[in-house]
Structure formats: structure tokens, C-alpha cells
Ligand binder design. Sequence first.
Ligand code: G1P
Length: 304
Amino acid sequence: MSEQPHHPSAHPRAVKAVVPAAGLATRFLPATKAVPKELFPVVDKPVLEYIVGEAASAGLKDVLLITGKGKTSMVDHFDRRPDAEARLEAKGDLVRLAAVRRSEELADIYACRQHEPLGLGHAVGCAESHVGNQPFAVLLADEFTDEGDPLLSQMLDLQAQTGGIVLAFIEVPWEEVSRYGVASVEPTGTEDVVRVTGLVEKPARDEAPSNLIVVGRYVLPPTIFEAIRKTEPGAGGEIQLTDAMVRLMNEGTPVHGIIFRRIRHDTGQPLGYLQALVRLASQREDIGPELRAWLKEFVESELV
Ligand code: G1P
């Protein structure tokens, strides 16, 4: 097995992405009673479009959404809307027309249902017949990187070299580790690429092997499906993807991680969602300058 990200690929590079998005998003209730949180707008694009855009930019043009009750509108978002296009064309709003068309052409979108909320591992298991016997990426639907960030591409390249599991990690304050999957790692000799020696889902703070947490990007070999089938419910009574990965690791599958040090937008809870919204809106050419000026005035005012 090669440890060097620059070696030629020994295995096929993944071409499919799976986006588990079946949950009710209780942290956003009551907003998520009728609207999936994946469709919450970040300026004028829903979160899910950023996720699918990230997959497409890394070469994953086949995207399977794992949906659940009341979440069919996520699939509708990627449909053509000839009526909306005609209206924009008639108004001469070519910028917005291009944005609408882009959302329709980003990727081939497929959907399948997770009938019961049995956990992330179970949700990924629902993708088996669509993915088949090839490596694939999993993108959790509430976090995304900046446009053009190479993380997912680097993960796909690394997985094509190792044939194993590739994860991405960030360092968090120790008091947050129990909310995540946590890894123990050792260096590989390549900067920011580590070999994973242990993984544990939502450990108590004093049992966590490190403060390196698994972020919502995974590149997995198809053997994960059998491992998921054999995995018993774990943390929170759910079938955990982390536990299925540990099973494969114990059977000899190589597991690597890339330490991620750039911006990660985490829209999975209200504060992170607002931060993503403000950050991305501030970077926009059209509304950014005015928003930044207003924000400055607002935080300096006595109204805060
Ligand atoms: C899931 C994974 C966890 C990972 C996290 C990243 O947890 O189970 O290992 O660290 O996503 O956001 P969840 O957020 O579904 O509880």
C-alpha cells in the first residue's frame, strides 16, 4: 500500500456520492416540521446545493440522496423549472437564469428512502444497490467547504491509492469531542495525512483518544456495506457508520485521514448556520459591501 498521495492510482477513483439527508433536524424545530433543513437558504442557494456542488466539483456527478418522510422537496430542487426560467428570461435577468440552470445541471440526482431513522450507518447501507461494488463518497448534508476547496478531491485521490477508507479530521476544543466520531492517529510522513489507529463514536471527554474529530466527508470501499449489516446499534442506540468502519479496520482495511485546516461551514445547528450565512453573504459582490458596512455599524451600536 502506498502512503504517498502523489503515487499513481492503484484502484478506481470513486464516481458516486451518497448524501444522507433523512433526519428531522430536531435542533431546528419547529422550522423543520415542513421544510427540510437541507433546503434552508444560504443567501439564495439551499445548503444542499452547496453539498451537491462540492461533490460535482470533485468529479462526483452521480449523487444519491437518502431521504425520509417529508423530504421529497429536496429532490424537486434539482428538477427543471421551465416556468421560472421563462420568467427570468422575459425579465432579462440572465445572471439569475444562469444560477437556476446551474442548479439543474450540477449532477444526476437519485433518491432512495431510509424508512426508519436507525442511524448514519443504516442510512449509508440504504445506498448499496445504487452504489454497487465500487468505492464511493459520503457527504453529510449539513457541512460544506468553500467553493474550490480541494479537500474532497484529495480524499478521492488518496482512496484510489490505498483502496481503503479515507476520512477528514479537524481539531476541536476538548469539551466538544463527545458530540463526534473521534480518531487516534499516527503520522505517515506526508504532511497532514495520517494513518488512523482507532475510531470511537461520541466518547466521553476523558475516554476520547484525541481531539481530532471526523467531519462529514468519507470515501469508502464497497466492503462497508457488509460491515454495516453486521454492525449492532451503538452510541445513541443507532447503527453507527463509525462502528462499521472500525470493523473494517480490524479486518485489515487501511484507514487514513486528511487533517483539514481551512473553512468548514457547519449548518447543522442554528449558530453555525447563521455564521455560514453571514460569512458567505459578506463575500458576495452584490450584497457583501453593504452587509459588511451594516454589520460593523450593528455590532458597534448599543442595540446589540
Ligand atoms: C456524525 C458521525 C460522527 C461525525 C459527525 C460529523 O454524527 O456519526 O462520527 O463526527 O457526523 O458532523 P452526527 O452529527 O450525525 O451525530
